[in-house]
Design a protein around this ligand. Structure first.
Ligand SMILES: [Zn+2]
Length: 418
């Protein structure tokens, strides 16, 4: 057997890996709670590594725990083609977000092994640590370190809500590797992902060709006030940081409604306060919010309003606001030649496709800063995600899988200049 234009992925074998992954880190029925660097994450990593070794891949772990599994090419000195995503999940996560992308890459490897096809370039399959940011904020830190955006030491010093360090958990689960987090040359990076939105499912599309990401701006703000008794303290002498935070987050939500008609979105996602007890005004509050809009200029306007709203909320509550962190991502970041390649494969294989913009953050956003990058979206039922009800059928995934296979091989076997 050889690789031909008609070669297809082994869907049943792929589904079997999805189901085995779906047994690790179960919390509510049907969903997963596989937080990064947890015991469940370790168990999944171990299984993934065993699958990679069975597929005769050379496994390396970097200093932030990302797993790189390499399949040799005929010209092994050439920069590799990478396929990746993440195996960690949200607290109330699904069985497909990220996971489908990593296991799709594994199935590409297995299919090439079945066919005895040795590609020109090496293929590297990657599982990025802490894509979700559900335990250690911000998200996508390992791919960020790969492209030089974050220092590995900074990442290892992140702490979770219990005050546990990223670096200590990495050691505990045995996934602090020796490979440098900063990556070398990469020929191309592909990431298959569920859409995490309702468009493909509603339009009955088999696959989405991701042209870019909604420009997004996020902020983490700390409000500082002063503790006092809730009873006798007059309203004009209060410095209640909890109220500053709450006011900011509702103001951010209002911004979302103001821009909703053209699909703008604004989210207040986190508020923690201290002491956060009855009978006492809070001294500090920490909040996270973000805004997204398909038009970059409008997204910038929303971001500016979000920023001003923080200081306005602080002033009303007699507090101060400190911007602790801010980030931005999205835009037309993906590689046009890869987008064209994916589109032409969708047409050649006669799948019902459409162009689509990503509305969520992905490791591919970081990789796009480093090498030609593209994403393939598959439908997911009702767009439900970050929820234990998240679901894709094998039919939902089929087009994306077969397109990924052919696009990856096309790039792996692309002629090279010696
Ligand atoms: Zn994801």
């Amino acid at each position: 057997m050889t690789f031909t234009a008609d070669s297809r992925m082994n869907l049943d074998r792929f589904w079997d890996t999805i189901e085995q992954s779906g047994e690790i880190g179960v919390r509510r029925p049907g969903g997963l709670s596989r937080l990064t660097l947890s015991d469940a994450d370790r168990e999944m990593r171990n299984l993934f590594v065993s699958w990679c070794e069975e597929a005769r891949l050379t496994v390396e772990v970097d200093e932030l725990g990302s797993i790189f599994a390499r399949r040799e090419g005929q010209r092994d000195d050439l920069p590799p083609v990478m396929i990746g995503s993440h195996l960690d999940t949200q607290v109330n996560g699904g069985r497909f977000d990220g996971i489908a992308g990593v296991l799709a890459g594994l199935e590409v490897v297995r299919t090439l092994n079945d066919l005895g096809h040795v590609t020109q370039r090496p293929l590297v399959l990657v599982n990025w640590t802490n894509e979700e940011g559900a335990r250690f904020s911000p998200p996508m830190v390992a791919s960020g370190a790969f492209v030089g955006k974050y220092e590995p030491d900074w990442v290892r010093n992140l702490v979770d809500d219990e005050g546990i360090r990223f670096g200590d958990e990495l050691e505990r689960i045995g996934y602090r590797g020796t490979r440098a987090a900063r990556g070398g040359q990469v020929d191309a990076y592909f990431e298959l992902h569920i859409e995490q939105g309702p468009i493909l499912d509603a339009e009955r599309r088999a696959v989405g060709i991701v042209t870019g990401g909604y420009p997004s701006h996020g902020m983490r703000i700390r409000f500082e006030g002063e503790t006092a008794h809730t009873g006798p303290t007059p309203m004009n002498l209060r410095h209640n940081a909890l109220i500053a935070g709450a006011r900011w987050l509702t103001a951010v939500d209002d911004i979302g409604w103001d821009f909703a008609v053209h699909d703008g979105k604004a989210t207040g996602s986190r508020l923690t306060a201290w002491p956060n007890k009855p009978g006492i005004l809070s001294e500090t509050a920490e909040c996270v919010a973000d805004v997204r809009h398909p038009d970059p200029v409008t997204a910038g306007v929303m971001a500016e309003r979000m920023r001003r709203a923080a200081f306005a909320a602080a002033a009303i509550a007699g507090c101060t606001a400190v911007v602790e962190d801010e980030w931005t991502w999205g835009g037309a970041i993906f590689d046009q030649s890869l987008i064209n390649l994916i589109r032409s494969e969708a047409i050649r294989q006669n799948y019902n496709w459409r162009d689509i913009q990503s509305q969520a953050g992905h490791d591919a956003y970081h990789m796009a800063m480093h090498c030609p990058t593209a994403m393939i979206f598959t439908p997911c039922r009702g767009g439900i995600t970050h929820n234990n009800e998240e679901y894709c059928s094998l039919e939902d995934l089929e087009a994306g899988l077969n397109i990924l296979l052919h696009c990856a091989v096309s790039r792996l076997d692309r002629p090279y200049i010696t």
